[in-house]
Ligand binder design. Sequence first.
Ligand SMILES: NC(=O)c1ccc[n+]([C@@H]2O[C@H](COP(=O)([O-])OP(=O)(O)OC[C@H]3O[C@@H](n4cnc5c(N)ncnc54)[C@H](O)[C@@H]3O)[C@@H](O)[C@H]2O)c1
Length: 246
Amino acid sequence: MSQFDGRTIVITGGADGISKRTAQLMAERGAAAIVIGDINADLAAQTAAEITAATSCAVTATRVDVSDPESIAALFTTAIERMGRLDVLVNGAGIMRTSTIEQSDAAAWDLTCDINLRGTFLCAREAFTLMKPRGYGRIVNVASVAARIGGIASGVEYAASKGGVVAATKSLAKLGGPFAITVNAVAPSVIRTKMTEGTAYSAAGIPLGRLGEVEDVAYAIAFLASDEAAYITGTTLDVNGGSYMN
Ligand SMILES: NC(=O)c1ccc[n+]([C@@H]2O[C@H](COP(=O)([O-])OP(=O)(O)OC[C@H]3O[C@@H](n4cnc5c(N)ncnc54)[C@H](O)[C@@H]3O)[C@@H](O)[C@H]2O)c1
């Protein structure tokens, strides 16, 4: 039996980067259906078609803006219409701005926190209502090493939003426990995606001697979303080449 045999999954931000690789991996490992929700509807549709063609998983895409509560509600309505139930949610949508303190103004703070933190919470909230009656669920949030050590080049608001994700993960895990819903997070360091393209990050000081790849994070997310992680909840798994050790 494969890791995600028959599972139904929602992945936000799945058009690209870490979440796209996670969708590919879960599809390759037997998922029955995946709904990719992303603000970039065209790229999400392209990604869904690509994965469907390469696997036996029914991957579809829908546009969602996770900074908008109504859009989030619509994503989960669509997911239930298409898949019938929800086993796994991966909260992968996020933005990171490299900004000075002068650029980190109220608008930048609100946008980053609305997407990275409030969006994560509201998606988990929708997932809870679908998972609780079934007594099963896996939620994996994507935090960041910035939650551990502060932003590297990102603005204050990014580190704060990801610190919030780590704390929210613990609260959600407590609420999900009685319903066998586990809630965990991953905290990647610099991973080579569009988000970090063109930035001056280097492998200096990373014990494993390289920047991270999307696979590195996707494997960790897949583990936490699997049945093998049934007794792990409320944790944040560092995926950082040893650059920060908890
Ligand atoms: N790349 C890194 O170094 C790194 C490190 C730590 C954490 N992360 C986190 O990993 C997650 C994925 O990042 P990535 O590197 O794959 O970036 P990415 O830019 O490649 O992918 C992010 C995806 O999220 C989507 N998205 C952005 N805003 C959205 C919104 N409002 N609603 C819905 N979708 C939206 C984008 O369209 C994109 O497809 C993010 O939460 C990010 O903060 C990334």
